[in-house]
Write a protein that binds this ligand. Sequence first.
Ligand code: TRP
Length: 339
Amino acid sequence: MEQEPNRVFSGIQPTADSIHLGNYHGAVQGMMALQETHACIYAVVDYHAITAPFDPALMPHRVLNIAVDYLAAGLDPERTILMVQSDVPEHVELAWLLGAQMPVPKFEQLPTYKDKRARYGSASFGLLAYAILMAADILIYKATTVPVGKDQLPHIEFTREVARCFNNAFGQTFPEPQAFQTAGTVVPSLQGPGAMAKSVPGSYITLTDPPEVIRQRLARAYTDPARMRRTDPGEPTRCNIYTIHQLYTPSKQLEEIAGGCRSASIGCLECKRILAHEIIVHLSPIQERHRALLADLDYVRYVLADGAHRARPLAQATLAEVKEKMGLTRSRTSEVHQA
Ligand code: TRP
């Protein structure tokens, strides 16, 4: 495959019905911005989602919903390829070829692997192999730019090692991809210290939460612990809610809120009510598009089929090149040599 100088690849796992605001600000907004200048391929990575416990009955619905999230967030299917990972099985074949070259400790050292193994008490082979499938996702398109959240940086570093290792052994084939981060945005959790995370119930707001759910989740959210009573002054820079305000609320109002918090002239509930309003207004056009797309799933299925159709020849070209370099094709010259 000829290398596109500006190829972008990224993926989202269908492990929930909809992405949360952490994913949206941490990665998806960056993905959408890159469409203007780069040839982008964005995937719903279902083969990654089966490395943790999952419900087969929910999977088809989740895959479609994540595709709808992408489209509602601004993915332009004319320009960008939107695909489901399992529709292009060459990813898995490349993962095998690349994985066979990598030492096991490299996999065991990945923080994502260590965390999940600790969380589930044990680990499947798929969980250990997670990073090589992700490397194959990226390298099969010779992508140079990978928009991801901060938690994925070790996987990008691993992908660069895989590329180097293959290039050294079999000749220059893969560029070393770079992570692309949207101003490093981390959206704080509603539950306590740390970031919004799918694995922490109640810590997040999703792109499709209806207004009453957004209000409810915020009403219960954790704030500056110094504000025990309504009359206690707070410190906005210590408050997760204020950090989220900075993403949504116009700066003039933001100053009033910070001042009101410090002087205890506004309470946390009022502050959350304003934030709920801003988030609802911001999400409303996305939710509007989401509803329209859900009402036309045939269109979404068409976009995914078209995406797979466009991605597959690119993936096949890289796979053929890799097999050739590894001596796994029997071309005429090698037959002559054998004779
Ligand atoms: N591991 C990523 C996540 O959990 C998802 C993913 C799979 C991905 N393959 C990828 C992201 C390739 C970027 C590129 O968020």
